[in-house]
Design a protein around this ligand. Structure first.
Ligand code: OTU
Length: 626
């Protein structure tokens, strides 16, 4: 296929700078001087062919300059202030994630919830995909038909603009998903491809024979083995199999074609100019396909993310990049630019292993896997931070824990299987009311669905003692997330102990996706209870408020301060050290633990209790919260 690239005769971005106001031109030129060589280097590593890389660099720089020049004065100034204070997002950050429709009906409704978010100390709001989604089933908006047009069901471009402004005034950054790996089958690129346009056919990954499909499949895992088996979908109009890692209507993009990278990054920058301050880079791990591998976490993924970061640093340096790579612990650090593919990469990354392991610890009343995960978690580079969470809109995936389980002697992942049965409520003695996800084979652990409150036993509690224990479990998990994270993220409803989606609502939802179980609609009644002392809602909500306050007030909670597992005398207790002055103890058992610790520390933890301590040399340890 002939390259669509050729280097322009006169550099477009140099021309643009010459015609721009001197202050912006100077600043953009400075940023290009700093980031340009890095950008070009990462593109060389990815695409190797010289001419092509030079042309691509030129076009990316032209796009970045264009965005920089068009940035509103407010956003331009924000960039400058964040450049001079790169740790702006590091202190006291608290995140919240929600579907726009379930949370507030539409984007305008979200504006009305800002005070509520502020009362929880939220500084970062991730709204699940709100750009135009595929007609029909669309994976909760993750099948994106247009990267830049707001989904009409949820509002207009003006509503988005208004929301970003209102959030910013309240000190909250809006995070938007940016689905990097695929587009919807009715995105114009896919439509053009189906019409026979070779330029757009080259935007997608395709196989041209069953044998080719089989050769790839040999090494590929399946994300939705029950509802979307396989990784390819035959397209009669193309006489080819389109690569579809997720659902058949989500077509994987071909990043081996530099045009794809250019188009995607350009669209992302235009969205940044709408006032979005952070991007959740969905399914980052899958962007590069390489024969003979599982096509995940390939080095090119990191070179491309670093190139993306460099472009964003030129156009809109105040914007954060967050990696969504639901991968085993040892695969995560490279998304911060650590390891064999070094360089500035994402500011934030989901710690999915810590999340899953904290649930295993609860099921087993044993912290060994969780402790191993913490031991395998390196300190993050300056300016970056782990995103910690208890639940999100997806299932809890157990397979990310295989390496730790295996290293502890669980070669067949029986412990993970047991945990998944426990939370599906099918293990004897289980208090949980979740459901297995993509697991028709009961002998494999894939994922578990359910709202946190249902998984900790709030919905099965028969007595006030049961309920108390269930709430304690929920608070324990949140206390770990808030203690450990640089950005702890709450999933809508968990701050109120909201239960699973009601059965009749589930029936009305489109598509057979089990994850709808934990996508309930907002319940105003529960929200009202949060201010009434003695209610479960008040207990949970006020605890979260207290966590947020502490995180704001102590420098040791800065996002890049390292957290380490320290010796714990009890197999049910996780002990952590944060920086030099904080310690946290988390009891995952229903037994009270007496006299934990040494060094003069005599700690008692109630069932599912925890404590955060401030320990300064020479003074007795001070309890911050328990
Ligand atoms: C992400 O998910 C999204 O969070 C899901 O909601 C989407 O369905 C998916 O991408 C496709 O866009 O592995 O790194 O429940 O954990 O699909 C990408 C399984 C992912 C998800 C998994 C995840």
């Amino acid at each position: 296929m002939p390259s669509t690239f050729s280097a322009p005769k006169v550099s477009a971005w140099r021309m643009a700078l010459m015609n721009a106001s001197p202050d912006r031109a100077d600043e953009l030129a400075k940023r290009i001087a700093k980031q340009g060589p890095l950008l070009q280097n990462r593109l060389y590593r990815t695409y190797s062919e010289g001419d092509q890389v030079e042309a691509l660099t030129e076009q990316l720089l032209a796009a970045a300059v264009d965005i920089g020049l068009k940035r509103s004065q407010e956003l331009w100034d924000l960039d400058l202030s964040r450049q001079s204070k790169p740790d702006w997002h590091q202190q006291g950050a608290v995140g919240y994630t929600a579907y726009v429709d379930h949370f507030a009906g539409n984007l305008r409704g979200v504006v009305d919830r800002i005070d509520y978010l502020k009362s929880l100390g939220v500084t970062y709001l991730h709204l699940l995909p709100f750009f135009k989604a595929a007609e029909g089933p669309n994976d909760g908006g993750f099948a994106v038909a247009n990267f830049e047009v707001v989904e009409p069901r949820l509002g207009t471009q003006a509503d988005l603009q208004h929301l970003t402004q209102a959030l910013r005034t309240a000190g909250i950054s809006l995070c938007s998903d940016f689905v990097l790996n695929h587009v919807a089958h009715d995105h114009e690129w896919a439509v053009e491809a189906r019409k026979g346009n070779p330029e757009f056919q080259n935007f997608f990954c395709m196989a041209h024979s069953q044998a080719e499909v089989d050769a790839w499949e040999k090494n590929l895992p399946q994300i939705f083995p029950d509802t979307a088996p396989g990784n390819f979908t035959y397209q009669p109009s193309l006489k080819a199999w389109v690569w579809t890692t997720f659902y058949p209507y989500q077509w994987d993009l071909n990043y081996a074609n530099p045009k794809v990278f250019l188009e995607v990054v350009s669209a992302m920058m235009r969205v940044a100019n709408m006032g979005v301050e952070a991007f959740r880079l969905d399914s980052t791990a899958f962007l590069w396909k390489r024969e003979g591998t599982n096509c995940q976490n390939q080095p090119e993924v990191h070179w491309l993310l670093q190139a993306m970061r460099a472009v964003m640093e030129i156009a809109c340096p105040g914007v954060l990049l967050k990696a969504e790579a639901i991968m085993p612990t040892h695969q995560l650090p490279p998304y911060f630019g650590l390891g064999d593919t070094p360089g500035p990469e994402c500011h934030l990354a989901y710690h999915s292993s810590m999340m899953a392991a904290s649930w295993v610890a609860l099921a087993e009343e044993n912290v060994s896997i969780l402790q191993a995960v913490m031991q395998n978690t390196p300190a993050v580079p300056k300016g970056s931070a782990w995103l910690t969470y208890v639940r999100c809109h997806d299932d809890i995936g157990w397979n990310v824990l295989r390496p730790e389980a295996q290293a502890l002697g669980d070669v067949n992942h029986q412990r993970l299987l047991k945990a998944s049965h426990f939370f599906a409520g099918i293990a004897p003695g289980s208090y949980a009311q979740g459901a297995s996800f993509q697991t028709t084979d009961l002998l494999t652990a894939h994922g578990t669905n359910g709202m946190a409150s249902a998984l900790v036993g709030m919905s099965t509690a028969q007595t006030s003692v049961d309920l108390q224990l269930a709430v304690d479990r929920l608070i324990l998990l949140q206390s770990l997330s808030y203690f450990t994270g640089g950005l702890p993220l709450l999933y809508m409803g968990d701050e109120l102990g909201m239960g699973n989606t009601a059965a009749e609502v589930l029936e009305s939802r489109q598509g057979p996706d089990g994850r709808e179980l934990h996508r309930p609609d907002w319940q105003e009644g529960l929200a009202q209870l949060r201010t009434q002392e003695g209610t479960v809602q008040h207990r949970i909500f006020s605890k979260l408020q207290a966590f947020a306050e502490l995180r704001k007030s102590l420098p040791a909670f800065q996002g890049d301060v390292s957290v380490q597992a320290i010796e714990s005398k009890q197999p049910t207790v996780l002990a952590l050290q944060r920086g030099t002055e904080l310690k946290g103890f988390f009891n995952f058992s229903r037994q009270k633990i007496d006299q934990l610790g040494d060094d003069g520390l005599a700690i008692t933890l109630k069932p599912y209790g925890f404590v955060w301590l401030q320990t300064c040399v020479g003074t007795p340890a001070r309890t911050l919260i328990d």
